[in-house]
Design a protein around this ligand. Structure first.
Ligand code: NAG
Ligand code: NAG
Ligand code: NAG
Length: 355
């Protein structure tokens, strides 16, 4: 006795298996070459975004694309995962010059590398940053010694000598600047010491206060950094060189023990590009540790906070990205052996130098 239900059930099961074999196309990971035009476009987009969001230290430039992987995203679009090597430029983040126009810091000045993991949404022919995580590290002292035994190496940013040198340089600039404005130190960005001659060389960011050179002498005056449309900020390089002691006749004035030089550039402020200053004002007095404490560089820390697509784990706007995560792993595991994709053409070329 055969039940009429059994063949029907069997048919259903077979149908399901057939469907399963045809229907759920496993999302395929694509591995474009790191030096593809489109990969480079995505990387440049990411670097612009990282520079625009970075509130400390220097702008970075693309040195090499290490890895790229593109996955389909539901319900539409694609997500690109990119690993980037960046190099520090000589432009401070508050410098209005685009990073492309900035000089890459040479190895002889103790170069700094930034490593970033970036996640981009590719949709409607455009890109949207989903997340970026960066970390920067100076070249090793050993590398610099090998390359150039006499080159100075970065001092720790909390070395009191750096702060003293910045204060001396700023005092000189405040005494001499033509507009008679009193400027305040905002950020000590980097510093190094030399032995021959014995000296300290610092780079730091400044902002104009609402006090003049004369007003600041009055202890009752409250001088504050000016923000908003009248904000003015700049960037300085200063060197303090210890002078060898010279014998002086009795009664003659003592010559200075050190020679202070300072060179500051004030930036023209167009409305809207003062995020660096606003950031500092926001942090001032709030006891937020500087990213330089205990380090020799201001870390290019992850600073991405786009309200439209912030941290994917709690973003309501792009839930598909988080939902696609388990699929991602399976796709990678399967796609490579099954479809025999060629080895990825990565990492890409080095644009400047390898550190
Ligand atoms: C940046 O460099 C480009 C190409 O060299 C040049 O056309 C442009 O004027 C420069 N921009 C600035 C602000 O210097
Ligand atoms: C600077 O701004 C502070 C706060 O608004 C104010 O108390 C102070 O009087 C101002 N100083 C000058 C010289 O305008
Ligand atoms: C990031 O964005 C959220 C929401 O817009 C905001 O509450 C938070 O203060 C921002 N964090 C920083 C560091 O700007």
């Amino acid at each position: 006795m055969r039940s009429p239900v059994a063949p029907a059930l069997l048919g259903l099961i077979l149908g399901c298996i057939a469907n399963a074999a045809i229907l759920p196309a496993i999302p395929q990971a694509e591995f474009p070459a790191c030096d593809d035009l489109e990969t480079e476009q995505m990387a440049n987009f990411a670097v612009d975004h990282i520079n625009a969001k970075n509130n400390h230290g220097y702008k970075f430039a693309l040195n090499r694309i290490e890895m790229v992987k593109v996955l389909p995203r539901r319900p539409f679009g694609k997500v690109a995962f990119i690993e980037l090597d960046l190099l520090e430029t000589e432009c401070h983040v508050s410098n209005p010059l685009p990073a492309e126009n900035c000089t890459i810091r040479p190895q002889t000045q103790h170069a700094v590398e930034g490593d970033c993991n970036v996640k981009l949404l590719i949709v409607d022919g455009g890109y949207k940053m989903l997340s970026s995580h960066c970390h920067s590290t100076p070249d090793s002292v050993e590398d610099i010694r090998n390359l150039c035994p006499d080159c100075p190496t970065l001092s720790r940013l909390d070395d009191p000598k750096l702060k003293e040198a910045a204060d001396s340089g700023l005092a000189k600039f405040n005494a001499e600047n033509v507009d008679g404005t009193h400027y305040q130190l905002l950020e000590l960005s980097r510093g190094l010491s030399t032995h021959m001659p014995l000296g300290t060389h610092v780079e730091f960011a400044i902002a104009a206060t609402n006090c003049s050179r004369e007003q600041v002498q009055d202890p009752a005056e409250h001088c504050q950094v000016v923000t908003g449309e009248h904000a003015r900020n700049g960037f300085c390089k200063s060197s303090v060189i210890q002078l060898p002691p010279v014998p002086v006749p009795d009664g003659a004035p003592k010559p200075p023990a050190e020679d202070v030089t300072v060179d500051c550039t004030l930036y023209d402020h167009q409305a809207g590009d003062s995020h660096f200053l606003e950031h500092y004002m926001h942090h001032l007095g709030k006891n937020i540790p500087s990213p330089g404490i205990g380090r020799r560089v201001l870390d290019l820390i992850h600073s991405h906070n786009d309200t439209h697509a912030s941290h994917e784990s709690h973003s309501a706007e792009v839930p598909a990205v988080a939902a696609a995560k388990p699929v991602v792993k399976r796709a990678v595991d399967l796609a490579v052996p099954v479809t025999g994709i060629l080895p990825p053409v990565c990492p890409g070329r080095i644009r400047h130098f390898k550190i």
